[in-house]
Ligand binder design. Structure first.
Ligand code: SF4
Ligand code: SF4
Length: 112
């Protein structure tokens, strides 16, 4: 894949191992799972079965904040030492939509 005027070949990553760049500098997408005490009906974002201890952690940190008001440095669930999501199986849809080797992924890696 050609990415700039020098026509350097960039090999797309084949896994997220030892990267984690898309989990830093974007706040905490998991804020979307915070409780909505006054809302009626099912939660619009929270997956069914999300463990209560994860909900409590999110509420402790973010309850009442809108997306963008939380600390932006890294996601609440990001393990900086291991460079990976602590609860990958429960990651929000926005994280699932972020394509490994996609345009945003390649640009993010180029910025480092
Ligand atoms: S999707 Fe791309 S930027 Fe995000 S962790 Fe995986 S390799 Fe890194
Ligand atoms: S929920 Fe997981 S995959 Fe999504 S930004 Fe946070 S640490 Fe990364």
């Amino acid at each position: 894949m050609k990415v700039d005027s020098l026509s350097l070949e960039v090999v797309p990553p084949v896994s997220c191992e030892d990267c984690g760049l898309c989990c830093v500098g974007i706040g905490s997408p998991v804020l979307l799972y915070q409780s909505q005490p006054h809302a009626q009906g099912p939660h619009p974002c929270r997956p069914e079965g999300l463990p209560v201890e994860l909900i409590e952690e999110i509420d402790d940190r973010f309850l009442g904040l809108a997306r963008g008001q939380e600390p932006q440095a890294q996601c609440l669930w990001y393990d900086a030492e291991m460079k990976r999501c602590r609860h990958y199986e429960w990651r929000p849809q926005i994280c699932r939509d972020y394509e490994l080797g996609g345009t945003a992924c390649l640009l993010r890696r180029q910025q480092e």
